[in-house]
Design a binder for this molecule. Structure first.
Ligand code: VAL
Length: 190
């Protein structure tokens, strides 16, 4: 079984801080949609160049400059450029909050952190971070004090949300559907 590859948008909560209009978002790519309910942050490479550019619908998306053409096409209008290091601790609203709601630890602030492990050979140069599911994710989360949510139990089943009790990968379709419903699915590849 292959996991679907999805591009999702995480709207910035204070876009004005970067001189961007409301609706501006991080564009994030992941091949493990089932980990998105446990997103706690995004990773950005401090040395890469990033741009905020308009997609066909006019939504402003932040991604690595080197991936702009591949992802948004030749004609995308760039509205602003940033060095990765300027995009540290930029807060956004995540697609899912169920796991946090259930843990009852209060609302964390979802935000970006910097790490040089981020690659620009595919994706968007902005990496979805879920500490329980990756070594790099865990390091970034520890460095920035992001909460560690272990969203899957020892039998591989989701512990939270509408997919509680579902085997981790079997929740992909339901999660993808939710992403569409929540209006954060930008593009799907299979
Ligand atoms: N960071 C990885 C991803 O983007 C996982 C481990 C969450 O898919």
């Amino acid at each position: 079984i292959q996991d679907p590859s999805v591009y999702v948008t995480f709207d910035l909560t204070e876009p004005d801080k970067l001189g961007l209009e409301p609706g501006a978002a991080f564009l994030v790519w992941t091949t493990t949609p089932w980990t998105l309910p446990y997103n706690v942050g995004v990773a950005i490479h401090p040395e890469f160049e990033y741009v905020a550019a308009k997609d066909e619908a006019g939504k402003v998306l932040i991604l690595a400059k080197s991936l702009l053409t591949e992802v948004l096409g030749e004609t995308a209008e760039v509205v602003k450029s940033f060095k990765g290091s300027e995009l540290e601790r930029v807060s956004y609203s995540p697609p899912f909050t169920e796991a946090y709601d259930a843990e009852g630890e209060g609302k964390p602030v979802w935000m970006s952190g910097l790490d040089t492990y981020v690659s620009d050979s595919d994706g968007t140069g902005i990496v979805h971070t879920a500490p329980a599911f990756g070594e790099d994710d865990m390091r970034l989360s520890r460095n920035y004090g992001f909460p560690v949510i272990v969203g899957v139990d020892e039998t591989g089943k989701h512990r939270y949300g509408p997919w509680k009790g579902v085997f981790f990968r079997d929740a992909n379709n339901a999660i993808v559907r939710e992403l569409r419903e929540r209006g954060v699915m930008w593009r799907e590849k299979n």
